[in-house]
Design a binder for this molecule. Structure first.
Ligand SMILES: NC(=O)c1ccc[n+]([C@@H]2O[C@H](COP(=O)([O-])OP(=O)(O)OC[C@H]3O[C@@H](n4cnc5c(N)ncnc54)[C@H](O)[C@@H]3O)[C@@H](O)[C@H]2O)c1
Length: 671
C-alpha cells in the first residue's frame, strides 16, 4: 500500500464521510430504475427510515430523515443518493486500491465494475442488470463495504447480508475473504411481494446472479451461451453434414440479454430474425453493431428474408414490430423457419415484459397504465395467438424451444395450446432440457470466466492464447462424447478478440469442464508467478452453471427424478467452495427466473501466482464442477453418469454414489 493516498483512496478509506456530503441533482442522462411498488404501511415506512438512519450519526438524522422519506415516497426505495461518491466508478487496476489484502482489493475491483455506468443498467440505484439485480441496496452500504475491504487483512472475513456489511470477523488465511448472501428468506416469505416489502424496509435485496456476487462481465457472457444454444439447436434440427447457411432462426427481443441473439446467430452462421416491439431498443442494438439490419415493414421483411434464403449469407435482421405478426405472416407466405424461440420478458408478463399483438407499442403502454386488467387480457389473447402460430410451424417441421423466459409457463396459464399429450409437460423443450443440460452441464461444461486485474488488454490477449493452447491440448485426447463441445469452445476463444466483446473490466468467458477450468487456472497462476502477466487474474463463473443453481424451469429443468424442486446442490456448492479455497462465495434466492423460484450461488478466486493459489484452485474448481455432475448422474442423466465415471477413474479421492437404472417393465408391472 502506498503511504500517500490519492483522493480516490482517501475517500475509500473514509467510509461514511465525516462531513455530510452535499445533496446532488439526479443526473439528467441516467437510466433510472423504475419506481417500485408502494407497499409499506405508515408504520413500516417509519421503520424503513429508522433502518436507513442506522448508518449515520445522530446529528444528521433530522436532515436525512426528511430526505429518505422523500426517496421512499418518490422511488419506493431509499437509495441515499447524497452518499454516491464523486469519483469515477470503474474497475481500476488492482494496484490502485488501498488494501491490506490483495484478495480484498480484487473484490473491490469487481464491485466497481458491477457499478460502472458503462456496465450497469441503473448505476445510481446500484443495479447491474435485470431491472432489479442489486449490488447493494444503498450507497451507505457501498461505502462501508469498500472501507472494510480496504482495511481488512487476510485473516478476516467480511460477511455481507443482502448488500449490508455485517462486519469483518477473525478467520484464517484459508477462509474466504467475503461471504455473500442475497435474499435468503424463511421459505414461506419468498413471494414477489415479500421482496417488495422487505427490500423497501432495507433488510434484503434481489442479487440476481452475478450482480450481488460481483461477477458480472457485461454482455459477452450471454453471447457465448446463446451462440452455443443456437449452434446446437441447428445441429439437432439439421441432417449430419448440413450447415446453418441460409437457414432461419426466428426469435423476439433485443433487450438486455435477448440483444445477444443476433450476434450469436451471426456466429452460428444463420439468418437471424429478431422482432423487437420497442423501436428504441431495436435502434440501440443496431447502432451498437449487435444486429446487422433494421426492417420496419412486414412486406419488406418477407422480401429481405427470401433474398437472404437465396443468397445463403449469414445476416441478422431486427424487425420493429410484434413477433406474433412474423409467425403468422411467415406461415401464410410458406417461409420455413428452421429454429424458433422467444426472449420477450415473460418472467414479468403483466408489467410490460411482453407486448400483446394487435396493439401498437404506444397504445399498449397507455393501456398498461390506464387499464392493467385489460392489458392482462390482451397479453393472454396474444399468447394464445402466438402459440397457435408456432404450433402450425412446428407441424411443418420447425424446431421450437423455450429460452428460459417462462414463455411456455405463461402461455399455458393463458390457456394456449402448449401442453404435451400427458397434460403435465409442455409440448416443447426448454433450452436447458434439450441443449445446455445434456450437452454442457451434464458433462461439466459451463460459463467459466476470468478478469485481468491489471486492466491491460495485452494481458487479456495473453490469457486468450494460454486458454486456447490448453483447450487444443485437451481436445487432442478428449473422448468422442465431448469433441463437439471442445471444438465449439476453441472456435469461440479463437474469435473472441475479433468479436470485440469487452465492456468494462478486461474479462473473458469460456465454456469449459472441470479439467479445462483447472488447467487454464493453473496456467494463469504460473503466468502471474513468472511475470508473463503483469498482475493477478480473478477467476469465477456465472451462477447459470453445472452446480451453482437449482432452478426447476431452467438450470435443473433436465433433472427428472423429482429433485428439481430441491436446492441441496446449490447449498452444498457454496459451502463446499468456501472451505476449499474460494476468495469469496455467494448464495442467492432469485436470479434470472425470479425471487422464490431459484437458489443460485457462485464464487471468485484470486490467482496471485502463489503456491497457495495453486492449491486452492485445484481443490475448489474440482468440487465446484463435480458436485453438480454427481447430482446430475444420481438423477440418472446418461451424460453425467459417463462424466462422473470418467472422473472417478482419473481421480483417486473421488467416490460418488452411482444410480442403478431400472427397466420400465419392472415398474410398470407393480404400479
Ligand atoms: N439470454 C439468455 O441467456 C437467457 C437465459 C435465460 C433466460 N432468459 C430470459 O429472456 C428474457 C429476456 O431477457 P432480457 O434481459 O433481454 O429482457 P428485456 O426486457 O431487456 O428484453 C426483452 C425485449 O422483448 C421485447 N418484447 C416484448 N414483447 C414483445 C413482442 N410481443 N414482440 C417483440 N418484442 C417484444 C421488449 O420490448 C424488450 O426489449 C428474460 O425473461 C430472461 O430471463 C435469457
Amino acid at each position: 500500500m502506498t503511504a500517500i493516498h490519492t483522493d480516490f483512496q482517501v475517500q475509500i478509506l473514509e467510509g461514511i464521510p465525516s462531513e455530510l456530503p452535499k445533496a446532488k441533482p439526479y443526473p439528467t442522462d441516467a437510466n433510472r430504475a423504475p419506481k417500485r411498488k408502494d407497499i409499506l404501511t405508515q408504520e413500516e415506512k417509519k421503520l424503513a427510515i429508522r433502518n436507513a438512519l442506522r448508518y449515520f450519526p445522530k446529528k444528521w438524522h433530522s436532515t436525512l430523515a426528511a430526505e429518505f422519506a422523500h426517496e421512499l415516497r418518490e422511488y419506493g426505495r431509499i437509495y441515499m443518493y447524497r452518499f454516491q461518491p464523486d469519483y469515477e466508478m470503474y474497475a481500476r487496476p488492482i494496484g490502485e486500491y488501498p488494501a491490506q489484502s490483495q484478495q480484498a482489493a480484487a473484490i473491490m475491483l469487481m464491485i466497481q465494475n458491477n457499478l460502472d455506468p458503462a456496465v450497469a443498467q441503473h448505476p445510481n440505484e446500484l443495479i447491474t442488470y435485470g431491472g432489479n439485480g442489486s449490488v447493494f441496496q444503498n450507497w451507505a452500504q457501498y461505502r462501508l463495504t469498500m472501507q472494510y475491504l480496504a482495511t481488512m487483512t487476510n485473516e478476516q472475513t467480511l460477511h455481507m447480508y443482502s448488500g449490508h456489511p455485517m462486519g469483518v470477523f477473525p478467520s484464517s488465511k484459508d477462509a474466504p475473504r467475503v461471504v455473500v448472501t442475497n435474499g435468503m428468506m424463511i421459505p414461506n416469505y419468498s413471494k414477489p411481494d415479500d421482496w417488495e416489502r422487505y427490500n423497501a424496509l432495507g433488510v434484503t435485496q434481489y442479487g440476481q446472479m452475478t450482480a450481488g456476487s460481483y461477477m458480472y462481465i457485461g454482455p459477452q457472457g450471454i453471447v457465448h451461451g446463446t451462440a452455443i444454444t443456437v449452434m446446437n439447436a441447428f445441429r439437432k434440427k439439421l441432417e449430419k453434414g448440413d450447415t446453418p447457411d441460409g437457414k432461419i432462426f426466428l426469435t423476439a427481443g433485443l433487450g438486455g440479454m435477448s440483444g445477444a441473439q443476433p450476434k450469436a446467430g451471426n456466429i452460428a452462421g444463420c439468418i437471424t430474425i429478431a422482432a423487437e416491439i420497442n423501436p428504441k431498443a431495436a435502434r440501440k442494438r443496431h447502432e451498437q453493431g449487435w444486429v446487422d439490419e433494421l426492417v420496419e415493414n412486414m412486406d419488406e421483411l418477407v422480401l429481405r428474408v427470401r433474398r437472404a434464403r437465396y443468397e445463403e449469407v449469414p445476416v441478422s435482421i431486427a424487425y420493429i414490430g410484434n413477433v406474433v405478426e412474423i409467425w403468422e405472416r411467415f406461415y401464410e407466405e410458406d417461409i420455413f423457419i428452421h429454429i424458433g424461440s422467444d426472449q420477450t420478458s415473460l418472467h414479468n408478463p403483466w408489467s410490460g415484459g411482453y407486448y400483446p399483438a394487435g396493439i401498437s407499442y404506444k397504445a399498449a403502454n397507455e393501456l398498461l397504465s390506464t387499464d392493467p386488467d385489460q392489458f392482462k387480457a390482451a397479453v393472454k389473447t396474444s399468447l394464445q395467438r402466438h402459440a397457435t402460430a408456432i404450433n402450425k410451424h412446428t407441424e411443418r417441421g420447425t424446431y421450437f424451444f423455450d429460452y428460459g423466459n417462462a414463455f411456455l409457463l405463461e402461455a399455458s396459464r393463458a390457456g394456449a395450446d402448449v401442453m404435451a399429450e400427458n397434460g403435465i409437460a409442455f409440448r416443447y423443450p426448454s433450452y436447458v432440457q434439450d441443449i445446455l443440460g445434456p450437452m454442457c452441464f451434464d458433462y461439466g461444461f459451463g460459463p467459466f470466466r476470468w478478469v485481468c486485474a491489471s486492466g491491460h488488454p495485452d494481458d487479456l490477449d495473453k490469457t486468450d492464447s494460454i486458454a486456447l493452447g490448453i483447450m487444443q491440448e485437451i481436445q487432442a485426447t478428449a473422448p468422442p462424447e465431448i469433441q463437439q463441445q471442445m471444438a465449439d469452445n476453441i472456435k469461440w476463444i479463437e474469435e473472441a478478440k475479433a468479436n470485440k466483446l469487452v465492456v468494462g473490466s478486461q474479462a473473458r468467458i469460456l465454456y469449459a469442464d472441470a479439467e479445462g477450468r483447472m488447467k487454464i487456472a493453473e496456467a494463469f497462476n504460473i503466468a502471474v508467478a513468472t511475470g508473463l502477466l503483469s498482475a493477478p487474474v480473478i477467476i469465477g463463473r456465472d451462477h447459470h452453471d453445472v452446480s451453482g443453481t437449482d432452478s426447476p424451469y431452467r438450470e435443473t429443468s433436465n433433472i427428472y427424478d423429482g429433485s428439481k424442486f430441491t436446492a441441496d446442490m446449490a447449498i452444498h456448492n457454496v459451502i463446499g467452495d468456501s472451505f476449499r479455497g474460494a476468495t469469496w462465495v455467494s448464495i442467492h434466492n432469485g436470479g434470472g427466473v425470479g425471487w422464490g423460484e431459484v437458489m443460485n450461488g457462485g464464487f471468485g478466486l484470486l490467482l496471485d501466482g502463489s503456491d497457495e493459489a495453486h492449491r486452492r484452485l485445484k481443490s475448489m474448481l474440482f468440487y465446484d464442477v463435480n458436485n453438480g455432475i454427481a447430482r446430475r448422474s444420481w438423477a440418472r442423466n446418461a451424460e453425467a453418469i459417463f462424466a462422473i465415471k470418467r472422473e472417478m477413474e482419473r481421480t483417486p479421492g473421488l467416490r460418488v454414489t452411482l444410480a442403478e437404472v431400472v427397466e420400465d417393465d419392472v415398474i410398470d408391472g407393480v404400479v
